[in-house]
Design a protein around this ligand. Structure first.
Ligand code: 5CA
Length: 440
């Protein structure tokens, strides 16, 4: 991508409305734009990051055996009347009428709709277990939307829904998502700690929130500090192994960890003082087992091996991609801007032409840009005629992991400079060496 042809509206000044660093940096880097309170456009740079986050989420959902579909944002109120949540959900639900005066709503979550899809076609235990997910916009008319896309009214959610014949089966489904979440957040460069949580309007008894520790987090959390160093399940984890996944769940729930709603002061005080971590956190995922809470009122049942009909046991599993992007920034930035983990960086490399219009600089940059793009790398080429200082500031602000800098003096020697955004380390090398380093 040539920056001269790209759309990346950088802000020079710090936006006054932004209270936390991620919101400030997302606005300054031209990643998002507020359209009305708590409702955002994702501009091209932000969209690239969001897509990469979603690709990792999708990959890990698929690995765990979940199957992707796509459900609409607008839902009929009738479904919610069946489950009894239409009235219970309260003012957070955006209620709409269509031209025939039929009550509709902008979905805040999808338990009812997915249960309807399930009951219309699954009739036998032989089709279970089943886990269906989508990555879709939601709307919740939050009282206090704030911190940019961290807590917005319209936001994206990956929501998965599992169906099992028995409680034991449902617990295995829960454990699959539990392990998939540990892997997902790790690949996003985050350390998320599962904590016992309140179930709120989704309901059920068993629930964990996945929390990232951050000073700007909205939740107050309490946990054992050893969680920070626990091993993440590997890529070859067998998601069909009931014992294997139970062992992962048991390990990750063996020490104290709870959000303030579930906090048990006495249990926390039993943790040796030096091991206690009391901090603030950002909830990036939340999983629930709620048994037959929706399947019973909505009549979602299958025939079991005993020939009888059974209401299915369900769970739901949410991750917030549009919250994850600012959460990653909260965890990884410095005074100059964002420092993206390579897995979600909007571009892998930025090529900085320090003197656009200078033949040798232009030729060198074109050569590098073409070679790396051909090798499948996402390259941003800063070919604008801005001052070098402005270009460096922009490159640091948008947080691309590698900068390849071509200035007239180095280029005259057949060399460029390679800068690591995270460490700030700079290395001068031949143009060929720079290309070779990043084509592999
Ligand atoms: N149906 C269940 C799970 S699929 C559910 O709705 N769970 S939830 O309410 O906990 O939301 C799941 C995730 O969505 C949260 O962990 C959070 O990451 C994200 N999320 C929730 N509300 C917002 C919001 N207002 N802004 C941004 N992200 C949000």
């Amino acid at each position: 991508m040539r920056l001269s042809r790209y759309f990346m509206p950088i802000l020079k000044e710090n936006p006054k409305e932004a209270e936390i660093v991620s919101h400030r940096l997302m606005l300054r880097a031209g990643m998002i734009r507020q359209q009305s309170q708590g409702i955002y456009s994702w501009l091209p740079l932000g969209k690239r990051v969001l897509d990469k986050v979603n690709a990792i989420i999708r990959d890990e959902q698929n690995r765990a055996g979940a199957i992707e579909l796509s459900m609409p944002t607008l839902q009929s109120a009738e479904l919610w009347q069946e489950s009894g949540r239409y009235d219970a959900y309260g003012k957070e639900m955006l209620r709409i009428k269509d031209r025939q005066d039929r009550p509709m709503l902008y979905g805040p979550t999808n338990e009812e709709m997915v249960t309807d899809i399930f009951r219309s076609s699954v009739k036998s235990y032989k089709d279970l277990p089943l886990n269906l997910y989508h990555i879709q916009l939601k709307f919740r008319d939050e009282i206090r939307p704030r911190f940019g896309t961290m807590r917005s009214r319209e936001f994206m959610m990956k929501d998965a829904y599992s169906f099992d014949l028995t409680r034991e089966g449902a617990e295995h489904s829960y454990n699959k998502m539990f392990a998939a979440y540990l892997r997902t957040f790790d690949r996003l460069g985050l350390r998320a700690i599962p904590m016992r949580a309140d179930t709120g309007p989704i309901g059920g008894k068993l629930s964990h929130e996945f929390i990232i520790l951050a000073d700007t987090g909205e939740s107050e959390v309490f946990c054992h500090k050893d969680f920070v160093d626990f091993d993440i399940p590997g890529a070859h984890t067998d998601f069909d192994s009931v014992e294997g996944l139970q062992a992962i769940f048991d390990k990750w729930t063996s020490l104290y960890a709870a959000t303030s709603e579930m906090h048990d002061e006495a249990a926390f005080n039993a943790v040796p003082e030096g091991d206690r971590l009391s901090a603030r956190g950002i909830e990036v995922g939340h999983i629930f087992y709620f048994g037959t809470k929706y399947s019973e009122p909505m009549g979602a049942k299958v025939q079991g091996p005993d020939g009888k009909e059974h209401f299915v046991h369900m769970g739901s599993y949410g991750i917030g991609p549009t919250r994850l992007v600012p959460a990653i920034i909260e965890a990884s930035h410095d005074d100059n801007g964002i420092i993206w983990p390579a897995s979600v960086a909007p571009f892998d490399i930025v090529v900085i032409n320090m003197k656009a219009g200078d033949q040798a600089c232009d030729d060198t940059c074109e050569l590098i840009y073409a070679a790396l793009t051909k090798a499948g790398r996402d390259v941003l080429y800063d070919d604008t005629d801005d001052r070098a200082g402005t270009k460096f500031a922009t490159a640091d602000l948008i947080g691309v992991p590698v900068q390849i800098i071509a200035g007239p003096r180095a280029v005259a020697n057949g060399e460029v400079e390679v800068k690591d955004r995270k460490t700030g380390a700079r290395e001068t090398m031949t143009i060929e060496a720079a290309i070779n380093r990043f084509v592999a």
